[in-house]
Design a protein. Structure first.
Length: 199
């Protein structure tokens, strides 16, 4: 949508595309686009943009692990990107176009994986089937099996002794039931989320 303000010929080859995409692999800072739900001073950017106002959010760190060209047909190209959470893929596409001097935008975007969950395991909304075990949600985290007394305390969201594990970790009862997620904070372990019922 919008008014065409400039036209230019697209003369980029697949090799040009690959070089431009390779230049975006790694760590960088990315500014959220004007039409996004990011808030600045309590206001969503897209609300300001729809009113013709220009409000910019601060750039945020992102990481692109892989940015691969799958096919190139005339002006359209298909690609696969593996990136950190919070990355705007449409900004990556625009950055590729800027590097090529011709501009670029998305015409389709499909998320095929988030964390440990892959689209190959997905089911249609109308036929969801059996839910996955709750333990799958924390499969990417380190796991800690607690002793009985600790498990009871954790089930009530109490502070525990530090486990010496970097980052958040999943805590389980002696029987292997997921209790919640904890994070070490100096000389104590603080609960971030508790799933166990209060006994």
């Amino acid at each position: 949508e919008g008014e065409v303000i400039r036209r230019t010929e697209v003369a980029a080859s697949p090799d040009h595309l690959r070089r431009a995409m390779a230049g975006l692999v790694g760590d960088s800072m990315q500014r959220p686009p004007a039409y996004s739900a990011v808030k600045v001073a309590g206001r969503k950017l897209y609300e300001a943009a729809r009113q013709g106002q220009t409000v910019e959010a601060a750039s945020r760190p992102i990481h692109v692990s892989d940015f691969d060209l799958l096919s190139c047909d005339g002006r359209d190209a298909a690609f696969r990107v593996i990136c950190s959470s919070g990355t705007y893929v449409r900004v990556l596409a625009a950055d590729v176009g800027r590097a090529l001097g011709c501009g670029a935008h998305l015409i389709r975007l499909r998320r095929t994986q988030i964390g440990a969950f892959d689209v190959g395991e997905a089911t249609p909304p109308g036929a969801p089937g059996e839910p996955l075990p709750i333990e799958r949600a924390v499969a990417h985290l380190p796991a800690l099996r607690l002793e009985r007394e600790e498990a009871v305390a954790a089930g009530h969201g109490r502070i525990l002794g530090p486990a010496g594990i970097a980052g958040p970790y999943a805590v389980f009862s002696p029987e292997g039931r997921l209790i919640g997620i904890y994070r070490d904070d100096g000389a104590k372990a603080m609960p971030e989320m508790i799933l166990a019922p209060r006994d």
